[in-house]
Every structure is written in C-alpha cells, then in structure tokens.
Design a protein around this ligand. Structure first.
Ligand SMILES: [Zn+2]
Length: 435
C-alpha cells in the first residue's frame, strides 16, 4: 500500500531533478533562500501564469500592476510596517541561539537544552532595511518590500486617474517580497525572499461580507485549478489577537503538507480602509473614490486574497508526488495537471544507434516542439529508464518513434498516470496536448 510521503522525499526529488536548489549552495548556502532550477522555474511560471489568467485576464473587474520593490520609506511608515511588522524574539543566555518566542516552549532551549535561559521577548522587525543612493543616513533609508500590497495602495490614485474603473474593482500583482524571518524553515515554506500573488479588491464598505465570501469561493476554485485535493485544504479563522494590524477578519487557507501537516498557503483578509486612509493622511493626497453617478465620494474598503507562490509550488509538488508499483518495482511520479507540467511530452527514438530512426524521431520532435514548446528530446539509456525519468518530473506523455513509424507515421504514446501504451497516428498527438 501507499507509504507515507515525507518532506525530505520532496526536497530530495526537487534537488535531484532540477526543481529547487538551496540558495548560494556552493558557498554553503544562505539561510532562508532557495533557487529554482530549470524545471522548477518553469513550474513556478506555469502556476503564476495560470493565476494571472484566472485572476486578471479572464475577469472584467481586475487590473494588473507591477510596482517597484523599493519604495519611499514613508510608504512603510504610513502602512504601519515600520512600527508593528515584527515577531517576538528571544535569545538563549547560554548558547545565544535566537528563536521566535511564539514558536517554542520557553522553559527549555531547543538548541542547548538548558532550562530558564530566556528573558523577556523583544519585538524584532521583519523588514530588510537598505540605503538608496550613496549617502548613508536616515533620509536615504528604505526597506525591501515586506508585502506587495502597498505597491497597489500607493498607485490607487494613478489607476483612478488613468483608467476610471467602476467600483468594485481590484488591482493584482505578482512579485518578490522580503521578510527577515527569525527562523526560516521547512524548505521553501518559510524563507526570507519569496513571491506573492496578491490582489486588493476595492469595495463599498457595506458590501464587505458578500465580497469576502465571493473571494473565499474563488480561492477554493484556485486550489482546484492547481489540482490540490479538497480533502487536503482547510480554512482557519484567524482570531483577533493573531490578525495582522490592519485586518478586521482573516481566514488562512491551509494545505496538508508532508511532514508539516496543515499550514498556510494563502489568506483572505478584510483590510477595511486602513491603508488608503493612512496613505491619504500621510501623503496629503485625496484617495477618495468619486462615483460616476455623482453620489458622495468615499474611501473604499479592501478585501485582500493572497497566495504564496512558492508555497503553492510546494503544495502542487507535494500533492502530485505519487508512488505505485509497476512490475513489482516501486515507481515515483508527479501527477501534475497538464496545464502545470513543466514538460508536456518527451520524444524518444526506440534505438539511438539506428540513424533512420533518429532522423525520423528528430523530425517528429521538431514539428511537435514548434507547435507546443514544452516538448523535450531524450535518447539516454533504455526506454524503461527514460519513462522513469519523465515520470519523476511529471511529463504526462512520451512518444517513441520505432521502425513502424517509418512506414505508417504511427508512434507509441505512453501515458504517465497508468503507464498504458497505445499506437496512435502522429497527427492525433496534438489533441492530447490540449488542456
Ligand atoms: Zn541555548
């Protein structure tokens, strides 16, 4: 029967097959950073493209933006991040290890085991501070953005003045975000540099509950589109004390990760008019929305769905990781949805020492690659080994060109999920690759 999948199995496959590597690995790494290899970069891009399609392109109430990572320091003062974006930090007086006070049992140090070595926690700000330009003083200080949301709030007026959207409408963005986590952990789950897919949906305040519900439904549709099983998704109503400083209601979406159990892959927050009101005060610019029917201007409230792109990647790989038995041999494969698979089809010549087969296979490869892009060539090892290799990276189909192909333009099409093989006409392969 199915053996339990562990996080280390996922980490190991990701490294072995070129999905995700430790950041700066040849120098011993840099804690809390990860690099995406050829297959991981493509998978991540497929996920973010799908998100953009579903959350921006297919809707008529959403607009994309792409704001700078560096912003005026006043943005982060007005947003409250400079004062309140922090985690409680404790340091062991014996071994000087530092921990997040809310993540450990404070009686005993998890590193050296000594008891009662922690003092009172102090607040540690998660923003990465940096300097802009050659002068190193407080006026040139700013931060790498701790969330993408502020880039949307500070452009709210620009958007109103340039495209005149009807309310309700949303601004969406996908981008890098930085948090100086005290203890990065669990692979790409908690890192210091990551990507967020996020939108701010501007509404009339009295409609917040219905909009909150509608984005809650839409979020579950997103997890479906990622191929995540609904039995592995849970919601957590975040209690008031744990909510971010700007939020009046928050739901976290949790995924049942191998080894970790249920943990956050997205969230939905009602941010009220907190951000726009603060930016209006701090900037002195009018950030009201003026309805086209001439009714009274007001500051819109905001519903914010957020999804961690790296955590979504990790959930997709974890959910797709499957073991079965083929001819009494254990097989590992990634059951990725066609739309997300980094490689959709691999083309092989049956034998690599027969020039006529290799020539024909190259022609087949080229014509499929021209049309479908995500097609690879593989002639290493025997056919069985090639299948295993493609299974492990989640390639849904493999095509083998053999002697019969030379006569009748049919090939063997082999399917990843059930390993079945069928004889198909070359001209019928296109339809297999459509989503
Ligand atoms: Zn210690």
């Amino acid at each position: 029967m199915k053996s339990e999948v562990k996080l280390e199995d996922i980490v190991s496959l990701c490294k072995r097959r070129g999905f995700i590597f430790q950041g700066s690995e040849i120098y011993g790494g840099l804690a809390g950073t990860w690099d995406y290899g050829p297959l991981g970069a493509q998978l991540k891009r497929n996920i973010s493209n799908l998100w953009w399609k579903k959350f921006v392109e297919e809707r008529d109430d959403m607009y994309g933006i792409d704001s700078a990572i560096l912003m005026n320091q006043k943005v982060w003062q007005a947003s409250g991040h400079v004062d309140t974006f922090s985690d409680p930090l404790v340091e062991c007086s014996n071994c000087h290890s530092r921990f997040r006070a809310d993540k450990i049992d404070l009686n005993k140090c998890p590193n050296c085991g000594k008891e009662h070595t922690f003092g009172e926690p102090r607040e540690f700000n998660l923003l990465f501070k940096t300097q802009v330009g050659p002068v190193q003083d407080e006026s040139s200080a700013t931060y790498l953005r701790g969330e993408t949301a502020q880039g949307m709030f500070v452009n709210f007026k620009n958007v109103l003045d340039s495209i005149y959207p009807d309310i309700p409408f949303g601004l969406a963005q996908i981008g890098r975000t930085f948090r100086n986590e005290i203890s990065p952990r669990d692979f790409v789950f908690r890192s210091r540099e990551f990507e967020i897919m996020e939108l701010e949906y501007f509404i009339r305040p009295e409609t917040w509950e219905q909009n909150f519900e509608s984005w809650r439904d839409f979020s579950h549709k997103w997890f479906d589109a990622l191929g995540l099983s609904s039995g592995k998704i849970k919601e957590l109503e975040v209690p008031e004390d744990d909510r971010a400083h700007y939020s009046k209601r928050t739901i976290d979406f949790l995924y049942d990760f191998p080894s970790l159990g249920f943990d956050e892959i997205g969230g939905l927050a009602y941010r009220t008019d907190f951000d726009l009101t603060n930016h209006q005060k701090a900037s002195g610019k009018n950030l009201e929305y003026r309805p086209k029917d001439g009714s009274e201007a007001f500051i819109p409230h905001v519903i914010e769905p957020t999804y961690g792109l790296d955590r979504n990647v990790m959930a997709v790989i974890s959910g797709a990781y499957t073991k079965d038995n083929i001819n009494n041999e254990e097989r590992v494969f990634l059951k990725l949805p066609m739309e997300l698979a980094p490689v959709k089809l691999a083309v092989f010549p049956l034998l690599k020492n027969k020039p006529e087969l290799v020539d024909k296979a190259k022609q087949v490869f080229k014509s499929l690659k021209d049309k479908h892009h995500f097609v690879v060539w593989d002639d290493n090892g025997n056919i069985g080994k090639r299948y295993r290799r493609q299974d492990e990276i989640g390639t849904p189909f493999c095509v083998t060109v053999d002697f019969q192909t030379l006569g009748d333009d049919t090939v063997t099409l082999r399917s990843r999920d059930d390993t079945s093989q069928s004889r198909v006409k070359l001209s019928d392969i296109d339809s297999k690759l459509e989503n």
